[in-house]
Design a protein around this ligand. Structure first.
Ligand SMILES: [Zn+2]
Length: 493
């Protein structure tokens, strides 16, 4: 029986403002879409936090036995500087400044994005579609929205008609905004005079002659509006209505609001059952911002080359730091916070090391199955990783007591404890013991130990030719074996 049958998850749904029991559209399957990065510069650490939170959600759903199709897109066109309809395309601007092709910009920062995520031990999404790879789908979607009467063309651009949409639905239902207030608060910007109303947003923008990223369309050469790609790609791979849509809090408005409007206008239904938003990451209590200099990128955090932190922190420590607060809370990145997480992280890893060496004897002093259920209950409660971690530390305390002879554990419970610790620490939280996995000298030592063992087996089988060969070949690469009465040791020259 898959674990999801005995674990009812509750998800905080940003659309309703309530925690709701998660019921996937198709039993056993989950469709999840998360807005990916705009690849015009190094990925922002705040975005890494968002993706890390959804990596954990993805991991937990998989752990429960769901078959998850996780789609996270790459925005490589259409994202304008002010996040709405004005300014230059972010990718095109970078290409102009660096005097390279837009697709070179895209390639460079997509590769970097993947490297950063690999460093942090992310699972790859099931599909990672790009905006430029789905221009045809976006054009089809626009045609449908025009046909249904919710968009209009002016001078080669197409705009979504928010006011008409609002007559039959409510624009602002996700971000809890009211159209009247938006009308009151919107300034009319230059260059937006094509729109019937300033609240309307672009589905397709006419490309001026100097604009390099352009595609032919029924309305002339142009490029898609930013909000449109996510509607095109999410519904293409997950269906007109799917289970979970995630993203950073800053995307609620206008981006996600527009996604809902586009989907309702094109397909007649709201696209998503559960909207999830990860909260912001701050640096020393203030918003991260390039213009104020209060910012650090993932590379600088991991290398220690920055002005904010006393040392470099490993990816495992950063992941642990993130999991110590709920994805819905603002997370403040500070030196003290990271140092405390580092201590906690290694205490947890030491606990796991000790767990490998302890033996079962007698009855358990801790109710292990009750403890295990508490771990699941924490994650079932809107992926409450800080509570989960407090239970993991309860286990670490118990493990250390067993080691010191102050507590005992039965054979069955030891097995449960090991399985549960490994599942939550490595599989669900995605932590890796940096000491074990990142040290290449440890790996080399492990490999030489394997060869020493094979050599012992060869000798036991009187295959001296092979045993000598192993010794001699290792010597040629500078690894010298020395046979002593306590076994074979080695040195690296
Ligand atoms: Zn999006």
């Amino acid at each position: 029986m898959p674990l999801y049958q005995s674990n009812q998850i509750k998800i905080y749904n940003s659309l309703t403002g309530k925690k709701e029991v998660f019921q996937p559209i198709n039993e056993g399957y989950v469709g999840m879409y998360v807005c990916g990065p705009t690849v015009y510069s190094y990925v922002h650490l705040g975005n890494v936090r968002t993706f890390m939170s959804f990596d954990m959600v993805f991991r937990y759903l998989k752990h429960l036995g769901y078959k998850v199709r996780y789609v996270r897109n790459i925005t490589d066109a259409g994202h304008l500087e002010n996040d709405e309809d004005a300014g230059e395309d972010k990718v095109a601007k970078k290409a102009r400044l660096e005097q390279i092709e837009p697709m070179e910009v895209v390639q460079k920062y997509t590769v970097d994005f993947h490297n950063v995520l690999n460093n942090f031990n992310f699972l790859p999404p099931s599909i990672e579609p790009t905006a430029t790879g789905h221009i045809i789908e976006q054009i089809e979607l626009i045609s449908k929205i025009i046909e249904n009467g919710f968009a209009y063309e002016v001078n080669g651009s197409v705009y979504f008609d928010v006011h008409t949409f609002n007559k039959t639905s409510s624009y602002g239902k996700l971000s809890k905004r009211v159209l009247e207030d938006l009308i009151h608060n919107t300034r009319t910007l230059d260059g937006q005079s094509d729109k019937k109303n300033p609240q309307d947003f672009a589905l397709w923008k006419k490309a001026e002659p100097q604009h390099i990223m352009r595609w032919p369309s029924p309305w002339g050469d142009g490029f898609p509006g930013w909000h449109l790609e996510c509607t095109a790609m999410s519904t293409k791979y997950l269906g007109d209505k799917f289970d979970i849509h995630g993203g950073g809090m800053d995307l609620k408005f206008p981006h996600h609001e527009c996604e809902i409007a586009q989907n309702e206008a094109a397909k007649g239904c709201s696209p998503v059952n559960y909207w999830m938003h990860a909260n912001m990451l701050e640096l020393n209590g203030a918003r991260m911002s390039k213009s104020t200099g209060n910012t650090v990128n993932p590379h600088e955090l991991l290398s220690g080359e920055n002005n904010f932190f006393s040392k470099a922190f490993t990816p495992g420590v950063v992941r642990f730091f993130n999991a110590q607060s709920s994805y819905r809370s603002v997370l403040d990145l500070t030196n003290d916070g990271l140092l405390a997480s580092e201590k906690g992280f290694y205490r947890l890893m030491d606990g796991i090391k000790v767990l490998k060496s302890i033996n079962a004897s007698g009855n358990s002093s801790l109710n292990v199955s009750e403890w295990r259920q508490k771990c699941y209950d924490a994650m079932n409660d809107d992926f409450n990783s800080p509570i989960l971690i407090s239970h993991l530390f309860e286990a670490v305390k118990y493990i250390n007591q067993i080691k010191e002879g102050k507590a005992s554990i039965s054979a069955d419970d030891l097995k449960t404890l090991k399985n549960t610790m490994n599942a939550f620490v490595f599989e669900v939280l995605g932590l890796e013991n940096d000491e074990e996995t990142n040290s290449s000298s440890d790996k080399l030592a492990g490999a030489v130990e394997v060869l020493i063992k094979l050599r012992q087996e060869a000798r036991a089988n009187k295959d001296f030719a092979l045993s000598d060969k192993i010794r001699d070949e290792l010597a040629t690469v500078g690894i010298v074996l020395k046979d002593g009465k306590d076994g074979t040791t080695f040195s690296i020259n």
